[in-house]
Write a protein that binds this ligand. Structure first.
Ligand code: NAP
Length: 320
C-alpha cells in the first residue's frame, strides 16, 4: 500500500496553501484533488476580495497559480476523491474513489463544502436540465432565457448579477423581505435592470415541460400562503453550503457537521489537521482559507518533527 508522510484531502485554497507550505518544508505532500480542482474558488467567475489583485482575478486562474506554485516545490496531485478514512489505526488508512489505498502519517483535511440543496420535488431529476448550482459553469446555456435565482446571501446576488450577462431576466426568490448579502452586492443588484426580486417566497416544486427541461416553478408566499406556478427556464440555487464530511463522520469531533479545530488547526485526532470551509462555517473566504491552510501546514510540520525526534530518541535508548 502506498505510504505517505502527508496527505492533503482537497484542493481548494486551504488545501493548495497547505500543500505549498508542507512542500517547502520538504514533506513531499500528496494532494487528493477531489471532484473539482480549486473547490468552490475554482468555479468562481471573479474574485474581487483576495488581496494582491486590485482588478480582481478569475477563480480558475487563481487556483491554477496556487496549484503550480505548490507543484514547483514538490507537491504531487492525484485526481480522485477520498471515500473512506480510518483514523483509529496508525499510520492512518485512506481510500479514494478509484480504489487506491494509502497509509498516511499525517492528514490535512480541506474537503470544503458543497452547495446546499433545496430538497424539493423536481430538483434532483432536473439538475443539469435547467437546475444549476453554478453560474460560472452553466450561465452560458441560459443565453436570452428567463431564469430564477434562489437565495438572499452574497452568493445568490453575486451569481445573479453574473447571470445577467447571459439571461434575459433574472428573478431572485428570497424567503424573507430582507437580504443577507453585503451592502455592495445589494446596491449592484438593485441597480441592475435585468434583476427583480420575489420576496417572502419559497420554491415548492420545480416542474419540467415536454422537452424534459425546466418550464416552471411552484412558489409559495410564506406570509399569505398563496401558491402559484411561475414560468422560468432555469433555476439557480444558492442557499448556502454543507460541509463535505462523509468519510470522517463518527471519527472526528464536529459541530453542525463542521470539524472542530483548535487555534493550531488540530482536530481531536493527533496528526489530523483541518483547514478551510470543512471547519469554518463563519468566514469562508479565499483569504481566510489560505491563512488556515498555512497554519495547518506549519502545525503539522512542527508535530511531525517533534514526533520524529521523539522516535529517534527512543531508538537511541534501545540501542544503548
Ligand atoms: P449564506 O450567506 O448562508 O446565505 C444563504 C441564503 O440562502 C440566505 O439568504 C438564506 O436565507 C437562504 N436559504 C438558506 N436555506 C434556504 C432554504 N432552504 N430555502 C430558501 N432559502 C434558503 O450563503 P452564501 O450566500 O452561499 O454565502 C456563504 C458565505 O460565503 C458567506 O459568508 C458569504 O459572505 C460568503 N461569500 C462572499 C462573497 C463575497 O464576498 N463576494 C461571495 C459569495 C459568498 P436567510 O437569509 O433567510 O437565512
Amino acid at each position: 500500500m502506498q505510504r505517505e508522510k502527508v496527505v492533503i484531502v482537497g484542493s481548494g485554497p486551504a488545501g493548495l496553501t497547505a500543500a505549498l507550505y508542507t512542500a517547502r518544508a520538504q514533506l513531499n505532500p500528496l494532494v487528493l484533488v477531489g471532484p473539482q480542482l480549486g473547490g468552490q474558488a475554482g468555479i468562481t467567475h471573479e474574485i474581487e476580495n483576495y488581496p494582491g489583485f486590485p482588478e480582481g482575478v478569475g477563480g480558475a486562474e487563481l487556483v491554477e497559480r496556487m496549484r503550480a506554485q505548490a507543484e514547483r516545490f514538490g507537491t504531487r496531485y492525484v485526481y480522485s476523491s477520498l471515500v473512506e478514512a480510518d483514523f483509529s489505526q496508525r499510520p492512518f488508512y485512506l481510500k479514494d474513489d478509484v480504489g487506491q489505498e494509502y497509509l498516511a502519517d499525517s492528514v490535512i483535511i480541506t474537503s470544503g463544502a458543497s452547495p446546499r440543496k433545496l430538497g424539493v420535488k423536481g430538483e434532483e431529476e432536473l439538475t443539469g436540465y435547467g437546475v444549476s448550482y453554478c453560474g460560472t459553469c452553466d450561465g452560458f446555456f441560459f443565453r436570452g432565457k428567463d431564469i430564477v435565482v434562489v437565495g438572499g446571501g452574497d452568493s445568490a446576488l453575486e451569481e445573479g448579477i453574473f447571470l445577467t450577462r447571459f439571461a434575459n431576466k433574472v428573478e431572485i426568490i428570497h424567503r424573507r423581505d430582507e437580504l443577507r448579502a453585503g451592502a455592495i452586492l445589494q446596491k449592484r443588484a438593485f441597480e441592475n435592470e435585468k434583476i427583480s426580486f420575489i420576496w417572502n417566497t419559497v420554491v415548492e416544486e420545480i416542474i419540467a415541460g415536454e422537452s424534459g427541461t425546466v418550464e416552471k416553478v411552484r412558489l409559495r408566499n410564506v406570509k399569505t400562503n398563496e401558491v402559484w406556478e411561475h414560468p422560468t427556464q432555469g433555476v439557480f440555487i444558492f442557499i448556502g453550503h454543507e460541509p463535505n464530511n462523509h468519510p470522517y463522520l463518527g471519527q472526528i469531533t464536529m459541530e453542525d457537521g463542521y470539524i472542530i479545530t483548535d487555534q493550531y488547526m488540530r482536530t481531536n485526532i493527533e496528526g489530523v489537521f483541518a483547514a478551510g470551509e470543512i471547519q469554518d462555517p463563519i468566514y469562508r473566504q479565499v483569504a481566510t482559507s489560505v491563512g488556515q491552510g498555512t497554519a495547518a501546514a506549519m502545525s503539522l510540520e512542527r508535530w511531525l518533527s517533534a514526533k520524529e525526534a521523539e522516535e529517534a530518541e527512543k531508538t537511541e535508548q534501545v540501542e544503548q
